[in-house]
Design a binder for this molecule. Structure first.
Ligand code: CMP
Length: 139
């Protein structure tokens, strides 16, 4: 079943000029880009986006990191896009990520881990609509 997922290329990867390489990996994996833009998250946007983690000890640092520079957000589409993009990203901790994954190639730490992807259909819907209106998505 074709579905949509949401991706963030995080500040560490954008700053390290790895945006293009990550987008190429996404395209090579057969996922289609329905919408994409570079933005600078506000503190309120980052806190809202990661609200589910607000009680975690890493929340404050995570928000600081996510507003430290521009990010590239996108809506991706394909058969089983959510699971396929999570496979392509690899484990949250780059040290544990498999060979050939985005986080293995470009992640610097468990926090500065190059990318984010939705973990389930419900969160994908919420996350896509957090950053994109329907007018900004093609097809
Ligand atoms: P992400 O997939 O964006 O979801 C939450 C983020 O919190 C995660 O990637 C990491 O960037 C960050 N993070 C920082 N420390 C941890 C941790 N100990 N466990 C999980 N996520 C962490």
């Amino acid at each position: 079943m074709s579905e949509r997922t949401f991706s963030i290329i995080k500040p560490d990867a954008v700053a390290a000029k790895q945006t293009g390489a990550i987008i190429q990996m996404i395209l090579d994996a057969g996922l289609t880009v329905k919408g994409m833009k570079m933005i600078q998250l506000t503190r309120a946007q980052a806190e809202g986006f990661y609200a589910v983690h607000s009680a975690r000890p890493f929340f404050k640092d995570l928000v600081e990191y996510m507003i430290s520079g521009p990010v590239v957000v996108s809506c991706l589409e394909g058969e089983n896009a959510i699971a396929r993009y999570r496979d392509l990203m690899g484990a949250t901790d780059p040290a544990k990520a498999a060979e050939g994954t985005i986080r293995k190639n470009f992640g610097k730490s468990i926090e500065a881990n190059a990318c984010h992807g939705s973990d389930a259909p419900e969160t994908a819907k919420v996350e896509v609509s957090y950053f994109f209106s329907n007018l900004e998505l093609v097809g």
